[in-house]
Design a protein around this ligand. Structure first.
Ligand code: FPP
Length: 231
């Protein structure tokens, strides 16, 4: 297969380094998040251009609720604004927008906007954009086990059976996981779904991760040999 043909079906990104990017410029952390939103747009556009089917982004973890209140509120506001500003881009490019996470912790306004945007883009299939918000991998496994037990009383849990109850049900496991800013860990992200995912780490901070950096990660992926436990 030609290198350019080996496009991953599902790319997921841990967007990290917004705070440091802002600090380097003597700005508040939210300035970095706001610039990070521009990287989101650039990556979404590039994913459409490259024919990637699923792009998922770790936008806010369960643990992030412990950040200072002003930063949490600022991030939630940014998220709300991003949904309102970017909906025309979703229509123009045939993008299905989805959010996965513990919705119970989100404000009613944000939840309503998310649900509205998910429903009006439901018919699109050129790119699936999946935002992980108020999400953690352990939370996902626990909620899946609980739902499985509730709906299948007395039945033994097996991995295929559990899969249907994961918050990501119906979404293929990520082929490539990118993490920016030099950190090389999973930070309680998709623990279950990344069993055979290729990892790509870069020192570039998220607000600087645009088309060129994305292409670099795709090139690195194209060179990997995936054996899925076989020889
Ligand atoms: C990590 O950087 C980044 C986040 C916790 C938030 C990511 C959110 C955005 C990019 C906003 C827009 C998102 C969408 C989906 C429209 P950090 O704050 O941990 O940076 P640091 O490690 O340098 O402190």
């Amino acid at each position: 297969m030609e290198m350019a043909d080996r496009i991953p079906e599902h790319v997921t990104i841990i967007m990290d380094g917004n705070g440091r990017w802002a600090k380097q410029r003597g700005e508040e952390r939210l300035f970095g998040h706001s610039e990070g939103k521009e990287s989101v747009r650039a990556c979404v556009e590039y994913a459409v251009e490259k024919g990637i089917k699923y792009l998922s982004l770790f936008a806010f973890s369960e643990e992030n609720w412990n950040r200072p209140r002003a930063e949490v509120e600022g991030l939630m506001h940014l998220m709300l604004k991003a949904i309102m500003d970017e909906t025309p881009l979703f229509h123009k490019n045939g993008i299905r927008f989805r959010v996965i996470g513990d919705f119970g912790k989100l404000s009613r306004e944000l939840r309503n906007r998310i649900e509205e945007c998910m429903s009006i883009t439901e018919m699109y299939e050129r790119l699936n954009l999946v935002i992980f918000l108020s999400y953690s991998g352990k939370w996902d496994i626990v909620q899946a086990v609980n739902r499985f037990m509730k709906e299948n009383p007395g039945k033994e849990i097996d991995s295929c059976g559990l899969e249907k109850y994961m918050a990501t049900a119906g979404i293929p496991d990520p082929d490539l996981l990118i993490r920016t800013s030099g950190e090389e860990r999973l930070s309680n992200y998709m623990l279950w779904q990344t069993a055979y995912t290729e990892f790509y780490f870069t020192d570039v901070l998220w607000p600087d991760f645009r088309k060129t950096e994305f292409q670099r990660a795709l090139d690195a992926f194209a060179k990997r040999e995936r054996r899925f436990g076989r020889v």
